[in-house]
Write a protein that binds this ligand. Structure first.
Ligand code: AHR
Length: 530
């Protein structure tokens, strides 16, 4: 017994200190596709404390605010360089009637939010408040229109209200409500999850409805809408095929939603804190499946659209766990751990790697809901580990994707693969998960940016990036930063808000075109070279 205990101690110690070797060949002269900045988009729905309290507190609140928007949250989001933000849903969008949210706030109708927690929405946050918010954080609006319970005429009028610069009753109503000049709206979703909460439609029916609705999604006063069709959820390949085949000629993009459930499935998604290594493994494994779903949907798109005229918009993604204890289950509140940050970094690597089709993506959701960037409690606010990943990854926005060839170790627990396989009815080609995930990009000044994640919960990864096709001589001063924590389930709390935050990273060297780094267990780093 004593011998066994001693043996296991040494076994664990060995695994923990042993560093594993990995090589990544970087073909710097083959960067041909741009990583669209809009892949770094956000999503804010009328859901729980996402908008009300999280973003909007009203001008008379004791919480410091600018024009009714929380100052602390505004500052944090401005820092993040958010390219676009999707609103008002999600499922809420197909229940939303835009006229409820305009005019004097105290005269707006109070409506029941039937999807999320059965609470009353006083509509104090409406079209003007959302679009002003996008101006304040310098993001492009992505409006999601109501197809499930709305009409083409209602949608048409909303577009005219927002974007027409001439002398029409709707444009003049907008002026009466305080906005003279029309807004520019590009991203425009026509329906959300129309196969589910957005109307429980069949693919053929939605394809026809999409064709009808998009006919009335007009361009006014130089505004040009980029029309996004409601797409599928992970394995709904049949939906993609039908909608693209029947209505593909009328869309700029079709969406894909994928949520990472670290637990058993929808009935038990797993806790968002104190989950341990097995659920860490399940979470990573499930997160990495995003790649498989994108590849399969792209294959269908290639069949009907070989010229790649239609983009894939992954306009809802992220980790979805069981609700935080004591919270309203309809508010989808959860903690945000280092694991979630690593799922975010690897998901962003996947999205970047599909830059040829994926030009827009939106993590769900910005504040207080699901895999949030920011959590609030009264007047307190904290930045989540996921926030920091988005901050570190800003360097890739609009940079050119540099192709890499990675030869990396795998973190293998075959007995833990099976539960994920059976949930998705898949059989994995290789057991385990890669320990190292990365994105390499090159910006317009020729600076190369590396973001690298070590997913292993116990072992350091030594990684050599062999940079070919470019002359690089120096690490950009101050660019190397690392995000990690004491454990895979490390979190930030209101009492200790900076437990997981980026720090200076020292273990990186550049010599003879080889960028060598030593990545501690469960960490993500960013570094730039020129
Ligand atoms: O993000 C939460 C919900 O997840 C959205 O409202 C819906 O589109 C999806 O099912």
């Amino acid at each position: 017994m004593k011998f066994l205990t001693l043996f296991s101690f040494f076994a664990v110690f060995f695994v923990q200190v042993q560093a594993q070797q990995n090589t990544v060949i970087v073909n710097a002269d083959q960067a041909e596709i741009q990583i669209n900045e809009h892949v770094y988009g956000q999503f804010s729905e009328h859901l729980g404390r996402g908008i009300y309290e999280g973003i909007w507190v009203g001008e008379n609140s004791d919480i410091p605010n600018k024009e009714g928007y929380r100052t602390d949250v505004l500052n944090a989001l401005q820092e993040l360089q958010i390219p676009n933000i999707r609103w008002p849903g999600g499922c809420f969008a197909d229940n939303y009637h835009w006229r409820d949210g305009i005019g004097p706030r105290n005269e707006r109708p109070k409506r029941l939010n039937t999807h999320w927690g059965g609470v009353v929405d006083d509509n104090s946050f409406g079209t003007h408040e959302f679009l002003r918010f996008t101006e304040l954080i310098d993001a492009e609006p992505y409006i999601s229109a109501n197809v499930g319970s709305g009409s083409p005429a209602e949608m048409r009028d909303w577009i005219e209200y927002m974007t027409f610069g001439g002398d029409s009753d709707l444009a003049n109503l907008r002026r009466e409500n305080g906005k003279d000049e029309p807004w520019k709206i590009k991203f425009f979703g026509i329906g959300n999850e129309s196969w589910g909460c957005g109307g429980n439609m069949q693919a053929d029916f939605y394809a026809d409805l999409y064709r009808q609705f998009q006919t009335y999604a007009n361009n006014y006063s130089g505004n040009e809408l980029y029309k996004i069709a409601s797409g599928m959820y992970d394995t709904r390949y049949d939906w993609t095929e039908t909608v693209i085949r029947e209505a593909g000629e009328f869309m700029d993009a079709i969406s894909l939603h994928y949520y990472t459930l670290p637990g058993e499935g929808w009935d038990d998604k797993g806790p968002s804190q104190n989950f341990g290594e097995e659920m860490y493994y399940w979470g990573l494994k499930a997160g990495l499946l995003l790649d498989e779903f994108i590849i399969r949907h792209k294959t269908i798109m290639d069949k009907y659209d070989p010229e790649k005229n239609i983009d894939l918009a992954v306009d809802e993604w992220g980790v979805w766990t069981n609700p935080r204890e004591g919270s309203n289950p309809g508010f989808l509140e959860q903690q945000n751990s280092l694991r979630d940050a690593l799922i975010a970094s690897t998901s962003l690597d996947i999205l970047n790697s599909h830059a040829d089709r994926v030009t827009l993506a939106n993590i769900a959701q910005t504040v207080n809901v699901l895999q949030a960037m920011v959590l609030t409690d009264g007047e307190k606010m904290l930045l989540t580990p996921t926030y920091h990943v988005f901050h570190m990854y800003r360097v890739h926005q609009n940079s050119m994707l540099v192709p890499v060839h990675a030869d990396v170790n795998r973190y293998v627990k075959e007995e833990w693969d099976e539960p994920v396989e059976s949930r998705f009815d898949l059989s994995f080609e290789e057991p385990g998960i890669p320990t190292v995930s990365s994105t390499v990009s090159k910006d317009e000044n020729g600076v190369m940016h590396f973001t690298v994640t070590n997913l292993h919960p116990n072992a350091t990864q030594e990684v050599v990036f062999d940079i070919r096709g470019a002359q690089v001589d120096e690490i950009v001063s101050g660019s190397a930063r690392i995000l990690t924590g004491d454990s895979v389930d490390a979190i930030n709390t209101f009492d200790d808000p900076n437990s997981v935050q980026p720090k200076k990273f020292e273990n990186v060297e550049l010599e003879d075109g080889k960028l060598t780094m030593s990545l501690p267990k469960h960490s993500v780093i960013v570094v730039s070279v020129r």
